[in-house]
Design a protein around this ligand. Structure first.
Ligand code: SAM
Length: 203
């Protein structure tokens, strides 16, 4: 016959099991979410999630048309979708983002819905290096210095008629039409159809 002490011990051990399962589950969940944010650090080119500031977004919008009915724009590495959403709010009817992190992609879709621009936006959960840039008139990149050379080649090959807006780091060999602001807020504007290389580089 079980004594009261036995019953207490039993219920304590099942309570402990439930606690371990819960904390283990929470820990696993957090690790899965964090893994998507840490993963870029293990890629050949590390492009971490650093969202654009309000000033940087304002500078990007400066180079875009107000009424972008015919304009197709892509933010390369779109993070939480803030640039895509801001450009859609400015009137770009077809504003897309490509982003590797699935949590950020789902967050971006939700944020676009909340901001009332969902129909004009699309977020692709894909690797930017395997994503075709050809359909786009405007390409926005907030990158890192190490990727700009390779990205410049991709832009010239796939989107030679597009306009490029680069935040923080410029394209290394192309000559910008214009740049605004200074330091981390600098934004460069390129018109690839003018093919204005700043050096005698052959691709
Ligand atoms: C500097 S953040 C820029 C975010 C956003 N464009 C903005 O300005 O707020 C770069 C983003 O690129 C994403 N990223 C890194 N490597 C990528 C890859 N290979 N393909 C697609 N996205 C990538 C990161 O997850 C991160 O969200």
């Amino acid at each position: 016959m079980a004594t009261q002490t036995d019953t207490t011990k039993k219920s304590m051990s099942s309570g402990a099991k439930a606690l371990i399962a819960t904390t283990g589950g929470i820990g696993l969940g957090i690790s899965i979410i964090c893994a998507a944010f840490v993963a870029p650090a293990f890629r050949r080119i590390c492009l971490p999630y650093v969202p654009a500031t309000a000033e940087q977004i304002k500078n990007v919008l400066h180079f875009l048309p107000r009424n972008g009915n015919q304009v197709r724009l892509l933010d390369i590495g779109s993070g939480d979708g803030r640039i895509v959403i801001a450009t859609a709010q400015q009137g770009i009817k077809c504003s897309h983002g490509v982003e590797l992190n699935p949590w950020l992609v789902w967050y971006s879709r939700f944020a676009a819905l909340k901001c009332g621009v969902y129909p004009n936006t699309r977020f692709f959960c894909k690797d930017l290096w395997r994503f075709n840039l050809k359909p786009y008139d405007y390409l926005v990149i907030f990158g890192v210095e190490q990727m700009m050379d390779q990205l410049e080649n991709k832009l010239i090959l796939e989107a030679p008629h597009s306009k490029v807006i680069a935040c923080r780091f410029p394209l290394p060999n192309l000559k910008p039409v214009k740049s605004i602001d200074a330091g981390v807020n600098t934004v460069w504007f390129y018109n690839l159809s003018e093919n204005n290389t700043s050096s005698s580089r052959q691709i």
